[in-house]
Design a protein around this ligand. Structure first.
Ligand code: CS2
Length: 441
């Protein structure tokens, strides 16, 4: 039997595998210890010598994967494999998490709780409010989710949950905005088996990712000790907005379009969509439309950025599943696709490629691929979209039914006949021809 990765088995690793650094004491508390944190922020904290306490309140799966291996795991990026030792413990209970955030040794809190983690009444902001209120000094809290104004959104949610402590938190804690970027496909059993064959150890907490990684943080921290982020390649900037918009619209917007159209066509992986002529030209057309809505930050060459994105999407080594990206579409549409659509309509510009992506989301709500295979729509609003679509067969009626969801579609946009017209055209095309015909064309 293959031995399990742990402190004790590290000496068994082949020489070409990177060993972890000295195991640092936790100074960061991270909420949402999923693959994205393990592949993106944790390697930065490893480089900086800042240990991480990770919290996973929704399921014990991460704890069960990590704790038996002393919280060590492999970061598999392209051909390179290295061990990360920054994560020191995994918490499952809210009271433990509150106590850890409140502890004086904690100097930083980071979060990856996905877009839906910021919906009104969500748990993470309430936990943060309770914990920050117990602190003797202020602290910095960094939202690392793909939301516009993520820091400000989190701050507002925490203050709303904080009651009497809101003024103190507002005055002493900082919630900088960030842009995070690294493509991290979900780990599958086959990845664990393939890694075991390469390194001779079983690692149930491994993450696979691409060589590329980027983290831009707004330079606004609470007083006191902070990590030397710049030393680990993190960019600090005065204004994150333009970075975030460029990433959300060119990367994530294209990703979502690839996911829904590819998923409907029965195509498993992002790189397979990119290998189809129509798939690639759809992505390019969508980016052409999105690009004109941006105000690129100084230092971002959009031409090079877009070329790099196409190459990243086309990477066959990543095996990034379209269904993974397709999930939670109701939480992703506004910032990724509706925002650039609104800008273009206001300028009288066309929106066909962006509308095709939104129509892909609409078609996805039917829970059936082109071939009629049923799947579960994984989305907090899946019940609502199913109710609204029940009994409707005509694309125009379906478009109107879904446009009535005001938490997704701002009413002025939903009422714009150019928007309704483009969506209806594109949804009809998907219904009549199938997504595969669009991607192959
Ligand atoms: C993807 C992102 O699943 C999704 O919605 O678009 O997770 C994407 O891979 C990352 O934002 C890349 O940085």
């Amino acid at each position: 039997m293959t031995p399990r990765l742990s402190e004790a088995t590290l000496p068994l690793l082949p020489d070409w595998v990177g060993q972890p650094g000295p195991r640092p004491e936790p100074r960061v508390v991270h909420l949402g210890l999923g693959a994205f944190h393990r592949a993106h922020q944790a390697p930065v904290f490893e480089a900086l010598g800042w240990g991480v306490t990770g919290a996973s309140l929704r399921s014990p799966a991460v704890r069960d994967a990590m704790v038996p291996q002393d919280c060590l795991y492999s970061l598999v990026a392209g051909e390179e494999v290295r061990m990360i030792g920054a994560v020191r413990e995994v918490l499952l209970d809210a009271p433990d998490l509150v106590a850890r955030i409140a502890a004086p040794a904690t100097r930083l809190v980071t979060l990856t709780i996905t877009e839906k983690g910021y919906r009104p009444g969500s748990r993470a902001p309430a936990i943060l409010a309770e914990a920050l209120a117990r602190r003797a000094d202020g602290i910095t809290v960094i939202s690392c989710d793909n939301l516009p104004r993520n820091g400000a959104v989190l701050r507002e949610a925490v203050l709303a949950a904080a009651g009497d402590a809101a003024d103190w938190i507002a005055a002493h804690c900082a919630f900088p905005q960030t842009m995070v970027d690294r493509i991290v496909p979900a780990t599958e059993e086959a990845d664990i088996a393939a890694l075991a064959a390469r390194i001779g150890l079983e690692d149930r907490a491994m993450v696979k990712t691409e060589p590329f990684t980027q983290w831009v943080i707004e330079d606004r921290f609470a007083p006191g000790e902070r990590p030397d982020f710049a030393a680990a390649g993190v960019q600090l900037a005065a204004d994150i907005g333009p970075w975030e918009e460029a990433k959300l619209r060119l990367l994530n917007g294209a990703h979502s379009g690839i996911a829904w159209l590819g998923g409907l066509a029965g195509i498993a992986f992002v790189h397979e969509v990119m290998a189809l002529p129509g798939g690639r030209s759809f992505v390019e057309a969508l980016q052409d439309e999105a690009e004109t809505t941006l105000d690129p930050p100084a230092g971002l060459d959009l031409h090079g950025y877009r070329a790099a994105l196409l190459a990243r999407f086309a990477n066959p080594g990543l095996q990034h599943r379209t269904v993974q990206i397709a999930m939670d579409g109701s939480q992703k549409l506004p910032q990724r696709l509706l925002a650039p659509i609104a800008v273009r309509l206001a300028r009288g510009q066309g929106i066909e490629a962006l509308a095709l992506a939104v129509a892909g989301w609409m078609r996805w709500q039917s829970g059936r691929t082109d071939a009629g295979t049923a799947f579960t729509v994984d989305d907090p609003l899946a019940g609502e979209t199913a109710r609204r679509l029940a009994g409707l067969h005509d694309p125009e009626a379906q478009v109107r039914a879904l446009l009535g969801i005001e938490t997704i579609f701002p009413p002025p946009l939903a009422a714009d006949p150019r928007f309704v017209g483009a969506l209806t055209r594109q949804l009809r095309r998907l219904v009549e021809q199938g997504a595969r015909a669009v991607l192959v064309a």
